[in-house]
Design a protein around this ligand. Structure first.
Ligand code: FES
Ligand code: FES
Length: 162
């Protein structure tokens, strides 16, 4: 193994330190070093979205992001989506709409959905949401329910009841 680097960052609101070799990606650091295994490894090549987390509030594929590039950043994983004992509106809506089958893509879907609800550049119509979610693949084909869940979560957030 090569030399390790210390990376200080905030994960789910808590200051954490990583001790990683420079080639380690955020996905592996989260799963292996911090034991945050909610973030899934699908393709490991930026093509499926299973590894989606938020870095400074933006959805990113953690399999493409080097851990050393996350110095000083705020990372949120699916484990940090619920706040103060309350499910995030996206989590509630995914449950209500059965927006998963095997569940493998679900953490990534929810992280992308949560980010898109915060992104005012993305229009609210179904086509725009589908387009914005196109980086998140679902082998089980749960797309219809995922879309319904996101639109329901949006109504929640817009109404201020989320
Ligand atoms: Fe990162 Fe597939 S595991 S995009
Ligand atoms: Fe199985 Fe999406 S629920 S991959």
């Amino acid at each position: 193994a090569g030399e390790t680097v210390t990376v200080s960052l905030t994960v789910n609101g808590e200051p954490r330190q990583l001790q990683v070799t420079p080639n380690v990606v955020l996905l592996d650091a989260l799963r292996d070093d911090l034991r945050l295994t909610g973030t899934k490894k699908g393709c490991d090549h930026g093509q499926c979205g299973a590894c989606t987390v938020h870095v400074d509030g933006k959805a990113v594929n953690s399999c493409l992001r080097l851990a050393v590039m996350c110095e000083g950043r705020h990372v949120t994983t699916v484990e940090g989506l619920a706040r103060d004992g309350q499910l995030h509106p996206v989590q509630r809506a995914f449950l209500e709409h059965d927006a998963y089958q095997c569940g493998y893509c679900t953490p990534g879907q929810m992280m992308s959905a949560a980010a898109l609800l915060e992104d005012e550049r993305i229009a609210a119509d179904d086509a725009s949401v589908r387009e914005a979610m196109s980086g998140n693949l679902c082998r089980c084909g749960a797309y219809k329910n995922i879309l319904e869940a996101i639109q329901d979560a949006r109504r929640d957030v817009t109404a201020g009841t989320g």
